[in-house]
Design a binder for this molecule. Structure first.
Ligand code: C2E
Ligand code: CA
Ligand code: CA
Length: 571
């Protein structure tokens, strides 16, 4: 092969390769879903390639035409876009921008590359447009999910916290207040349980929509979870004052909310308010405090608003502390029974003893039942505590009976929660039988509140117990409904007249008259009376004069330990 022939073959081979490369490049570009512009500066020649028609309805000839693309881009993204396609002005070799197209709402990624020639003069430029709508919408959705609550479209808790943080930082420099308002639908569980979760969700949505009307530059409205919403108000005043917002919410809840199936649902709401900087300067604390006072308002009767104050917080923290300790105390049974004697008013003989529980805390000493019984009732721990009270009191009582053989009875306080238990009657009778106690030596005390919630069930149980021989005593008479007419229908033997009556009876003529008529009536009903909280001789004398049967109080004997009761029985 001569030299010449060799050169020709080589050229042909190279041409063939070039042609193949070009063919391949052309195929790649043509099958691409992107649009390309190639521009050569020397020739001032522009060529479009790829899926250009899918993006633009004009074609390019000169580089100046590229600026027409700008009309496709949303106003908001134009600066960024221009910087990208005119990258040579900043001497860049590569630039990217993601922009939104006006008409089509497409998200388009624009990527530009430059090749510079001698003395860095622009030589060639390629710009690629790629549709990234699917990816970008997904990102937007993720962003949305990070900030908003899917059900109501309001801000979620996390985003609320970050907005509130901004408010507080601003308020610190501008010396303003910020109100955090916690809003919760009353008895929402009833809606969910009664009408189903879908209706529940609709109510949450509709109420959220109503709340969103308050949203502005200075009011953030958010939905936490379930039926809980939280608002933050920067520099509350006028139409953004807490009072105004609350009254608007209240007015709205006086009208029913409509559901999609045409039902009308009435809701009430309870709110708690904590103000920066008064309640706290800390974002999370403010939210917590607003919730705590909201819960407090629920406890006090719902459909209301409660403002934070330091007393409420310490009470709440105290309760929380006690609640935690109570669980430990039950585990170790750190309780002790005290017994307060009751005497017959006329003879002065011992009538019986009332069992009163005490909690021995290693740190705080004796904790009074008024401090923990309501909590124990709320969290259900009253059931094991109450069973222990019954068992311990009866055990002690039987020991005294055996040791001293004196006739007196044992009174035990039973909470409403205990009476409501299915197994209450059975367990009590089992315990009585286990210790061989005479049922007529036992008196159970019950309060009116225990009857109110579950009148039929509780009175039926009382009847069974009474038929078995146990006495029933109505405690704290005069503090509740205290209707004399219904006493007739109750299966009770004894009426305990509350300390508040005894306290005022000597000072107030009206109480005096009431007390005397109660005594007369009660006698006619065949009930025995015990006056509670008798502290003075005058009170005792008066009670005797109106024929009150028995007295119990500090005057005749405080609640005391088992050892003290033994001494008392020993005389
Ligand atoms: P209660 O059943 O009305 O008990 C009488 C309360 O009045 C007792 O308070 C007693 O110490 C107090 N007291 C008695 N005489 C006087 C007096 O002359 N002056 C004054 N100022 N107070 C007097 P305590 O022991 O603190 O019990 C408070 C309440 O806790 C009880 O009121 C009762 O409702 C509840 N409780 C106590 N022990 C038990 C229990 O074992 N089970 C249940 N369920 N509740 C209990
Ligand atoms: Ca009592
Ligand atoms: Ca009482």
């Amino acid at each position: 092969m001569n030299e010449m022939q060799y050169q020709v073959d080589l050229m042909n081979a190279m041409n063939e390769k070039l042609k193949n490369d070009q063919k391949m490049m052309k195929m790649i570009i043509e099958t691409s879903t992107s649009a390309f512009v190639y521009y050569n500066y020397d020739r001032d020649e522009a060529r479009v390639m790829g899926d250009w028609e899918n993006y633009f309805d004009f074609t390019l000839r000169r580089i100046g035409d590229l600026q027409r693309v700008i009309e496709y881009v949303d106003e908001e993204y134009r600066d960024e876009f221009l910087r990208c396609i005119n990258l040579e002005r900043q001497g860049l070799e590569h630039a990217v921008a993601t922009v939104r197209f006006t008409g089509s709402r497409k998200w388009v990624e624009c990527e530009a590359s430059m090749v510079y020639g001698a003395e860095r003069k622009p030589a060639d430029k390629v710009v690629r447009f790629k549709d990234v709508t699917v990816i970008n919408d997904k990102n937007e959705e993720l962003k949305y999910m990070a900030y908003y609550d899917g059900l109501t479209g309001l801000y979620n808790r996390n985003y609320f916290i970050s907005c509130l943080t901004e408010f507080i930082n601003r308020a610190r420099t501008e010396n303003r207040e910020v109100a955090v308002i916690f809003v919760d639908i009353d008895d929402f569980k009833n809606i969910n349980d009664g009408m189903g979760l879908i209706i529940g969700d609709e109510v949450v949505m509709n109420f959220g929509q109503f709340l969103s009307e308050f949203a502005s530059d200075t009011v953030i409205v958010s939905h936490f979870t379930g039926d809980m919403y939280c608002l933050a108000v920067y520099d509350p005043c006028g139409q953004t004052s807490v009072e105004y917002i609350y009254s608007m919410i209240r007015n709205r809840t006086r009208q029913p909310f409509m559901t999609s199936d045409g039902r009308e649902i009435n809701i009430k709401i309870t709110s708690g308010v904590a103000m920066y900087p008064d309640a706290s300067e800390n974002v999370l604390e403010l939210i917590n405090y607003a919730e705590i006072v909201m819960l407090r308002a629920k406890h006090d009767g719902k459909d209301s608003i409660q403002y934070f104050d330091a007393g409420l917080l310490s009470e709440f923290m105290g309760n929380l502390n006690i609640e935690n300790k109570l669980r430990d105390a039950i585990y170790d049974m750190r309780f002790e029974m005290y017994f307060q004697p009751q005497y017959e008013a006329a003879s002065g003989n011992l009538r019986g003893v009332e069992a009163l529980i005490r909690w021995k805390d290693p740190d705080e000493g004796m904790i009074a039942p008024s401090q923990f019984i309501p909590l124990a009732e709320k969290n259900g721990t009253i059931v094991p505590i109450g069973q222990w009270v019954i068992e311990d009191s009866i055990r002690n009582y039987m020991q005294w009976k055996q040791d001293y053989n004196k006739p007196f009875i044992l009174s035990i306080n039973i909470s409403a929660i205990q009476y409501r238990r299915e197994d209450f009657v059975r367990n009590l009778i089992d315990t009585i039988e286990k210790y061989g106690m005479n049922p007529s030596d036992l008196e159970l005390e019950i309060t009116e509140t225990a009857l109110i919630d579950n009148y039929k069930d509780v009175t039926e149980k009382l009847k069974i117990l009474r038929d078995y021989g146990i006495r029933i005593s109505m405690d704290d008479f005069g503090t509740g409904y205290s209707s004399l007419s219904y006493l007739k229908s109750l299966p009770i033997d004894t009426l305990k007249i509350d300390k508040t009556f005894v306290d005022t009876v000597l000072e107030d003529d009206n109480t005096n008259i009431i007390m005397e008529s109660i005594m007369g009536m009660v006698k006619r009903l065949g009930l025995e009376t015990v006056a509670e909280g008798v502290e003075t001789q005058e009170q005792l004398d008066y009670l005797r004069s109106i024929n009150c049967d028995n007295v119990q109080g500090f005057l005749t004997g405080r609640p005391q330990t088992v050892a003290d009761i033994k001494k008392l029985l020993n005389v």
